[in-house]
Ligand binder design. Structure first.
Ligand SMILES: [Zn+2]
Length: 54
């Protein structure tokens, strides 16, 4: 288990979680990237910027 850095909710991670995996917080829906497995660390996944064009 890890803690959502956005809302503090517990986020379930699979046992075979890998670095770089993106998981979604069930509480606030934010996307979290696993930046480290041992110890488990999460970071906000980089948001894709909308390209509005000209
Ligand atoms: Zn959350």
């Amino acid at each position: 288990m890890a803690e959502c850095i956005e809302c503090g909710a517990e986020v379930e991670t699979s046992e075979d979680a890998e670095e770089g995996e993106i998981i979604e917080c069930p509480e606030c829906g934010v996307e979290l990237e696993i930046i480290s497995v041992e110890p488990l660390e999460l970071a906000l996944a980089p948001e894709e910027e909308e390209d509005w064009g000209e």
